[in-house]
Design a protein around this ligand. Sequence first.
Ligand code: 5GP
Ligand code: MN
Length: 328
Amino acid sequence: MIQDASTPVSASTEQVVAELLKRPAFVMVSHVKPDGDTLGAGLALGLALKKLGKRVHYFQQDPVPRNLRFMADTRYVSRDVPADLPADTLWVFGDMSSTSRAGEFLPKIDRKNILDIDHHLGNEHFGELNYVLTHECSTGTCVMHLLRGLGVEIDADIATCLLTTIMTDTGGFMHSNTTPDVLTLSAELMRLGANKEEITQEIFANKRLAALKLLGRALDESKVEYDGRYIWSYVDDAMLTACKADGEDTEEIVNHLRSVEGIEVAALFKHFDGEIRVSLRSSGRVNVQAAAARLGGGGHFRASGLTFVGPLQDAVVAVDRALAAEGL
Ligand code: 5GP
Ligand code: MN
């Protein structure tokens, strides 16, 4: 891969493996509003490190989403950190550009105790070691390289976590990051016992009626602009109450908006408790990571997000301008 001066170099697999072997204890950190990648990657590495006799904890500010509870060790995921952690505990951040994505409950951690594992373009290289492989489809496949380096056996539980990361971030093998290598890795994980059926059911097939009702409301409220290339909508507290839905039920809405024929960018404004979380999706022409970055957010070329403080109409205008600046 060609590196220019502005692209920080990732640590090598050997460096990271050596560091993992050195440390006695670990806290795997996943981001707020966890998805199958951040959580699955942390669980997979945690399960593997336990096999090596290491002490492992899992920090996540938000509860484990209902549809991710099928993965092993999710019952140990918590926002509380034990008081008796050794001073040289390694905190392993998975799938996030900066520590702030772990939430405000995260204790203060010395940089020398941080390992940053990620596949996002805008990763800030905030750790002592940064294992940032931007060509990987998921943080989980970065972890898979580390497991091979560690020589740990990938059992069925670990394989299920890893396949969950891949299926989450490729949208069930539908996004453009689904390369032949990704399919080969996935086949390998299935041979190792990954439960693809369960992942499909839990993440893609089972839908709550409340979520579908909320989707209906969001579709009703949607506006199409830019000659049919841009669609946006919103959900708010009143809509949640009316549909008996909760925050988890909002996750898929923006992807449905994006699937509308002719749409190049979709935006969903989630207005809850006085704060607006914006999810952006692109069909591939407009860089929504760059658009989100203009407003303090980030993510990927085709999927990004940001937080906006202010009234909904201001958020709509700000996002419109950011997208226009990126060529919508
Ligand atoms: P979602 O719309 O599902 O919340 O987020 C889509 C993508 O954008 C995810 O890859 C997520 O990591 C990233 N993302 C969402 N919100 C933020 C944010 O506030 N800051 C950054 N840096 N990335 C975000
Ligand atoms: Mn990811």
